[in-house]
Design a protein around this ligand. Structure first.
Ligand SMILES: Nc1ncnc2c1ncn2[C@@H]1O[C@H](COP(=O)(O)OP(=O)(O)OP(=O)(O)O)[C@@H](O)[C@H]1O
Ligand SMILES: O=C(O)[C@@H](O)C(=O)CO
Length: 458
């Protein structure tokens, strides 16, 4: 660290836990000592260059989200963070009421700078933005499965319009030709547009190197916003501006954990459904029928019996995941938020049984809202992140209060990310200690090779 470096170079606030751990793991992969805490209770430890506060504010009332996000920003600013980053989903998951616009505007007002950028693209997975329109590979956002999201259905692909609908200030676009012209051109455009009153600027982004250019242009904005993907490009920008040196970088390591293994899935995304189907080919899976839970069946007791039959000998999965038609029927009968809350409460209850009573020490949770409820139920407030290994692959270690022995190997998987074999592969990977050298010169980090038969990463 150079003599003038503040205690924290960077502080991030994530609106959900899967995305937030992904962001932290990207910084860790770059070699940045990064802390990660859940909610607003835990103190920010000293000695790191970056810190990520994981919140669960994506779909709560906008006023409450703003209050929490501002409190998190104050904590990070007190710890010396020279830039605050507001992290949301690559697919801009939000409702017409927010919470991306209201949170970003409140942060902008608190932190100053007058203008901020919105860089949601995750190029590694084909999520790009062109002329302000978000694409998932060749599909426009509103024509992709995201239009059926159980909590934040995205029915407009034009992110400038989506952001404008939930903001008081004026939204605008930094078009791709400007992004392609590089960091200086981006900075000029940002100055010009903010002088015209456009202070909330969505960035077109097609390629990984566009993200690098955006990071170079935005490294000194008091507030920056987007997906984790743009954050991955900040460390080289810090380095080129003398804020970081190679001596500051540390290798990422995770210990081996050998206890019983389980997956909990509350995501109903197509990708999670595929991953569960693949896992079920070789491992026991229990799918909880929420309709039965609403009729009064004790589905938690059912899950306890199922887990008791199979643990510790097998890796298991327990899911509330259901096909789109079933989700819609349930939502029509009980209301979207009631169904979501019920599913989260059930999986959180099962998590406690698995970890506290049945000794599970390797746990994957699929879905950001679900992860928020599970982590809260387990009382976890500090997470030690490992290095990002690819989309959906952000392993960690967490201390669970009240557990006498080993830590919990944990992975919070974004609902829509990860290869089809991810559950079994990650649970197995958790049994091996890993040390990964900082990927400061290349990004994304080199893909691990895939063994053809199982999809096992080596
Ligand atoms: N069968 C179901 N019917 C309706 N809602 C469900 C069902 N099962 C789970 N849910 C709810 O759907 C929501 C899924 O959101 P979650 O954030 O967990 O997944 P995701 O959006 O796919 O993940 P991510 O945010 O990481 O992309 C949760 O609130 C969950 O409780
Ligand atoms: O983009 C994603 O899918 C993640 O970063 C996330 O935020 C999931 O909720």
């Amino acid at each position: 660290m150079t003599a003038s470096t503040p205690s924290l170079l960077f502080g991030a606030i994530a609106d959900d836990l899967t995305g937030g751990t992904e962001l932290a793991s990207m910084l860790v992969a770059r070699g940045i000592p990064t802390g990660c805490t859940v909610g607003l209770e835990a103190a920010i430890p000293s000695g790191n260059l970056a810190h990520v506060i994981l919140l669960k504010t994506r779909v709560i009332a906008a006023g409450d989200a703003v209050r929490q996000v501002l409190e998190a920003a104050d904590r990070l600013a007190e710890a010396g963070a020279r830039q605050i980053f507001f992290k949301y989903c690559a697919t801009f998951d939000s409702t017409p009421a927010g919470n991306i616009g209201p949170c970003a505007e409140a942060l902008l007002e608190r932190l100053g700078g007058g203008v901020t950028l919105f860089a949601p693209a995750l190029c590694e997975t084909g999520r790009t933005v062109y002329q302000g329109h978000m694409f998932g590979a060749a599909q426009l956002l509103a024509e992709s499965p995201k239009r059926f999201d159980p909590l934040t259905p995205m029915t407009d692909s034009n992110l400038v319009r989506v952001l404008q609908a939930q903001s008081r200030g004026k939204a605008g676009l930094v078009p791709w030709l400007t992004i392609d012209a590089g960091p200086e051109a981006i900075r000029d455009a940002v100055r010009e547009k903010s002088a015209r009153g456009e202070t909330l600027l969505v960035t077109d982004t097609l390629r990984e190197r566009d993200l690098a250019a955006i990071a170079q242009a935005a490294f000194d904005l008091p507030l920056m916003t987007g997906n984790s993907s743009v954050v991955a490009h900040l460390p080289p920008a810090w380095m080129s501006h003398g804020l970081l040196s190679r001596d500051d970088l540390v290798a990422a390591s995770l210990p081996a954990v050998n206890g019983p293994a389980a997956v909990l899935a509350g995501s109903v995304a197509d990708r999670t459904i595929e991953q569960l189907e693949r896992f079920a080919q070789n491992n026991p899976v229990l799918t909880i029928d929420l309709a039965e839970a609403f009729r009064g069946k004790d589905v938690i007791a059912q899950a306890r019996a199922f887990a008791g039959r199979h643990l510790p000998g097998a890796m298991i999965a327990i899911a509330t995941t259901a096909p789109q038609a079933t989700v819609e029927t349930l939502q029509q009968a009980h209301g979207r938020d009631v169904v979501a809350a019920r599913a989260e409460e059930i999986l959180a209850g099962i998590a406690q049984i698995l970890v506290r009573d049945l000794g599970v020490r390797r746990l994957v949770v699929a879905g950001g809202e679900t992860a928020g409820s599970v982590v809260k139920a387990l009382g976890i407030i500090r997470i030690a992140m490992g290095a990002y290994e690819g989309p959906g692959l952000s392993r960690a270690i967490a201390d669970v209060p009240g557990l006498p022995d080993d830590p919990l190997a944990l992975m919070l998987k974004s609902g829509k990310l990860g290869g089809t074999y991810i559950f079994a592969d990650v649970l197995r990977d958790m049994t091996r200690a890993t040390t990964i050298a900082p990927a400061i010169d290349t990004w994304p980090p080199a893909k691990p090779t895939i063994e053809p038969r199982t999809g096992k990463t080596s």
